[in-house]
Design a protein around this ligand. Structure first.
Ligand code: C2O
Length: 592
């Protein structure tokens, strides 16, 4: 069947296509079919019929052009060309004509819109954007690791086991004020690579990465459907799904995330971008670094928590990425959900700035002028500075589909105390692979200060220090202060939670770090203490901290496993301390 509108119902051309007829200087040499043939030749080459154009007569000029068409377009050897029109000529001209008739592809928009993946899906598992993403993932996965636009090279830019390492690999910025801008650049160039693959595949030219906003009610707090379907709509296997073990099984089967784990409320309440651990949105001032400094609150929660909950446990002597990809920074970007998680974190940075109330990016030159290296969609090395990525709409041509919907929480101001003072601390290290409740000792020397905390002091912090484990158990640890065994409402004791995201890099002997062993997390507990004091639960002789590993979510309809059955590796906490003052410098020893 001829498909172009021009050729479609022409009986002569159809008969030639079916090899039942011919057109030449002596047969069907005049008339409408000839005009159509000549028009298609002009679609092929606008200069093809310079003297007579599409005049409806098959003369010498048309015969010469048909010869040239057969040689150039059909690769017929010049010695074998006859100047009449047969089936191959008509069928190929029909294709060329159909392409010329198709409307031109819409021009790329000037601003790309990153959309909520659950809104794209509405009620069907697939939509054009997620199909395009899946197909592009497959294309990138087929490229060799030596190609900077390949899936494996892009993941290695974050971190990788692969040795020898290209010097540009292992660049991810964590526990640092570079966390947000580095990941923004990383996504920006990755998105360009994906978009180029999408367009080459005939997909939507306005492709932008979708994001997963898990901080919403079910089903939006479950893994998006395209990451759970066995096949694409065309029946081919789905590269957005990992083999069993790649993700925590409950999550892979559609279990809901806990609201405690998806919430960004604490991060949004901060008003400063940079500052000591436990106080600031975006992380502590640092040189470019990989996990050593102070994490921003957004990085800890939901960022780290979501990584760990999705990945689940890492195996003991893991040097590969088969199990628990999202849990380990060296594997995380291999999981296609990584990019939707980070688009959400990047969106939250924009939303935080929208809240106002003094929220602003650092104006510090050490931050603004820092440059990082990436690769564009042609595989060319590119570099960008933090100052280049502060406004996604005007500098990087993308926006998110949501309106600012957060109601600004009251700003939390952390005044600077002259020197940090330790108020209470544990006496020995504890293993938290089971739930433990440990006493904090309040020596006589700090009892006065301890009492004052109850009356409202704004800069009080709980630090979980020297967190060490030989592997990441892939669970979230909840922290409770002065929790009572018979208290029906654990929420009024909740400090927050932490994970061991990044522990592998602290354990890596090749990894340069500042000397303090293990990971450390700091939490603002001023309000919590005021609340406990109001309930008469603030007493120097009974200060306790409970650390509780949370069983990972079970597949829908199944019971979560008991934590005892999970066989978690020992997770050691060197000290838990309560202190007042600048959280940057945790004071050394309790003086009694
Ligand atoms: Cu650099 Cu979410 O990781």
């Amino acid at each position: 069947m001829l498909t172009s509108q021009l050729f479609q119902s022409d009986r002569v051309l159809q008969a030639i296509a079916d090899d039942r007829d011919r057109m030449s200087r002596t047969r069907h040499f005049r008339g409408e079919s000839v005009t159509k043939l000549q028009t298609a030749l002009l679609s092929w080459d606008p200069g093809a019929l310079p003297r007579f154009g599409a005049d409806g007569v098959y003369g010498n000029e048309t015969a010469r052009t048909v010869r040239r068409f057969k040689i150039e377009e059909l690769s017929v050897p010049p010695g074998q060309v006859i100047d009449d029109v047969g089936p191959r000529t008509v069928i190929r001209l029909d294709e060329i004509q159909a392409a010329a008739e198709a409307p031109p592809p819409p021009p790329a928009p000037s601003v790309f819109v990153r959309r909520d993946v659950w809104t794209l899906q509405a009620d069907a598992p697939w939509d054009p954007i997620t199909i395009a993403y899946a197909r592009a993932v497959r294309t990138m996965q087929a490229r060799p690791m030596s190609d900077p636009t390949s899936w494996s090279f892009q993941a290695a830019l974050h971190a990788t086991f692969v040795r020898p390492a290209n010097p540009v690999w292992n660049g991810c910025q964590h526990a640092s004020w570079f966390f947000l801008p580095w990941h923004r650049m990383y996504l920006f160039f990755f998105e360009k690579i994906v978009r180029a693959a999408v367009i080459a595949d005939g997909g939507p030219a306005d492709f932008a990465l979708p994001y997963w906003n898990y901080d919403q009610a079910a089903p939006r707090n479950t893994l998006p459907l395209p990451f759970r379907e066995a096949t694409l709509p065309d029946g081919s296997s789905n590269p957005l799904v990992l083999p069993p073990g790649g993700r925590q099984p409950g999550i892979a089967a559609g279990a809901q995330l806990r609201a405690e784990d998806t919430s960004s409320t604490q991060a949004m309440a901060t008003v400063t971008f940079t500052g000591p651990a436990g106080t600031a949105f975006g992380g502590g001032r640092s040189a470019p670094a990989h996990f050593d400094g102070a994490s921003g609150i957004l990085e800890l929660q939901p960022h780290n928590v979501i990584h760990t909950v999705i990945g689940g446990p890492r195996p003991g002597t893991a040097t590969g990425c088969a199990i628990g990809q999202m849990t380990d920074p060296r594997c995380a970007a291999l999981d296609p959900i990584f990019w939707l998680h980070h688009a959400n974190i990047d969106r939250l940075w924009n939303r935080w700035l929208d809240l106002g109330g003094g929220r602003a990016n650092p104006a510090d030159n050490a931050w603004l002028s820092q440059r990082f290296d990436f690769f564009d969609e042609t595989g060319t090395a590119v570099t960008m500075s933090v100052a280049d990525v502060l406004d996604s709409a005007t500098q990087l041509q993308y926006v998110y589909d949501d309106r600012p919907t957060f109601v600004a929480p009251p700003p939390r101001v952390v005044p600077v105390a002259p020197a940090a003072e330790l108020v209470a601390a544990t006496e020995r290290a504890v293993d938290v692979s089971r739930r433990v409740k440990v006493p904090l000792v309040v020596p006589d020397s700090t009892r006065g200060l301890f009492e004052r905390l109850a009356r409202g002091v704004s800069n009080v912090f709980l630090a979980i220090e020297e967190i060490e484990a030989e592997r990441n158990p892939g669970v979230v640890f909840d922290i409770l202060l002065n929790e009572l065994d018979d208290d029906g409402d654990p929420r009024r004791h909740r400090v927050g939670s932490f994970t061991l995201f990044g522990i592998e890099l602290m354990n890596d002997p090749d990894h340069v770090h500042d000397g303090a062993p293990g990971l450390r997390h700091t939490f603002d507990v001023a309000e919590l203490i005021a609340g406990l004091a109001a309930l008469n639960l603030w007493n120097p002789d009974s200060v306790t901290v409970t650390i509780e590993p949370v069983p990972p979510p079970a597949p829908p309809g199944e019971e979560p496993p008991a934590i005892e059955d999970l066989d978690l590796p020992p997770v050691r906490i060197g000290r838990i301390s309560l202190f007042v003052g600048e959280p940057g410098e945790i004071p050394g020893e309790l003086v009694s």
